[in-house]
Design a protein around this ligand. Structure first.
Ligand code: FES
Ligand code: FES
Length: 164
């Protein structure tokens, strides 16, 4: 089938098999390897991307279903200030070890902080309930997100001060 797909703000004209999954199009056709495949059974969340700003597991979405929507991968958020702060916080707070789950964790965290600027521990854990990590024990990840939310708030306060 022929398919138009908007990924990271860019329109792609693709010719793919009808049954091709979004994650496979992202990785194989668009060569965006920041989106990982950890299970292929909807369990791990390593393949999480934003679909119209909502986190989804791209191994459970047909590429055809994403047509007409806005798909955002980790690469598409690389210039975002919030994502840069999140990435630094994951490094500073031992939010990762092997890093395989990290892109999915970052996407879910980013989506959480967009709708809830000061999430509590339970809200963070709930937002990450679809993302599995086999290495960290989650404490470092939760701390990373919590610290990032404080840092993002500080940055916004500075911007407001400068604008006054
Ligand atoms: S690869 Fe999609 S949930 Fe694991
Ligand atoms: S850091 Fe290894 S799976 Fe999460």
């Amino acid at each position: 089938m022929k398919l138009k797909l908007n990924v990271n703000g860019k329109e792609y004209d693709l010719e793919i098999e009808d049954r091709k999954l979004l994650v496979d199009v992202i990785r194989e056709d668009l060569a965006l390897k920041g989106t990982h495949i950890g299970c292929d059974t909807t369990d791990c969340g390593a393949c999480t991307v934003l679909l119209d700003d909502r986190p989804v597991k791209s191994c459970t979405v047909l590429a055809a279903q994403a047509s007409g929507h806005k798909v955002t991968t980790l690469e598409g958020l690389s210039r975002s200030k919030e994502m840069k702060i999140l990435q630094k916080s994951f490094v500073d707070n031992q939010g990762l070890q092997c890093g395989f789950c990290t892109s999915g964790m970052l996407i879910s965290s980013y989506a959480l902080l967009k709708k809830n600027k000061k999430p509590g521990e339970l809200e963070i854990r709930e937002a990450l309930s679809g993302n599995l990590c086999r290495c960290t024990g989650y404490q470092g990840i939760v701390k990373s997100i919590s610290e990032a939310s404080k840092e993002i708030e500080k940055t916004q306060e500075k911007i407001t001060e400068v604008a006054r």
